[in-house]
Design a protein around this ligand. Structure first.
Ligand code: 5GP
Ligand code: ZN
Length: 150
């Protein structure tokens, strides 16, 4: 527990939340700033800032909850589609420095441009300026990353 961390305070019950699910290692609750109706957050109770700092047991526990919560949010909102988003570091958009997964419903037929909750365009608005993976670059990356994986 980090006493300065807002999500640790929610886990400790010091700050209220609209709780959706809880077990020994995981807490899920509604996001106070929803991108769409049903926007939920799934967090490990263990304090870690980034996903790569999270113990595997906690990561596994969070991973086990995501599909179940996805089904429940879809059923409850009637919105079948959703994005799962997890930001690590400020440049990647992380604002709360406690690992969290966003589960963001995406209404049918919505453009990818975003819009307020309840509107057809609500949910995650994303740009996807894809490049092309070059063979040499891919081989070098595979070598480096598989070595780093150990
Ligand atoms: P990030 O940008 O760090 O991935 O997302 C942080 C999210 O946490 C935001 O969507 C924000 O609305 C949400 N959030 C921040 N403070 C609180 C809070 O006190 N309670 C709840 N339920 N959500 C919060
Ligand atoms: Zn924390």
């Amino acid at each position: 527990m980090d006493p300065n961390c807002i999500f640790c305070k929610i886990v400790a019950g010091q700050i209220p939340c609209h709780k959706l699910y809880e077990d020994e290692r995981v807490l899920a609750f509604l996001d106070v700033g929803p991108l769409s109706v049903g926007h939920a957050l799934v967090i490990p109770k263990h304090h870690a800032v980034r996903l790569d700092e999270l113990p595997e047991e906690d990561a596994a526990a969070v991973g086990a909850v995501l599909p179940r919560l996805g089904r429940a949010v879809s059923q409850a909102t009637g919105i079948n589609d959703y994005n799962v988003l997890q930001n690590n570091g400020e440049p990647a958009g992380q604002v709360v420095m406690h690992v969290h997964f966003h589960l963001i419903p995406k209404p049918d037929d919505a453009p990818r441009t975003g819009g307020p909750p309840g509107s057809p365009g609500s949910g995650l608005g994303i740009g996807w300026p894809a490049g092309k993976l070059e063979q040499d670059e891919a081989k070098a990356l595979v070598e480096k990353i598989t070595t780093a994986m150990g």
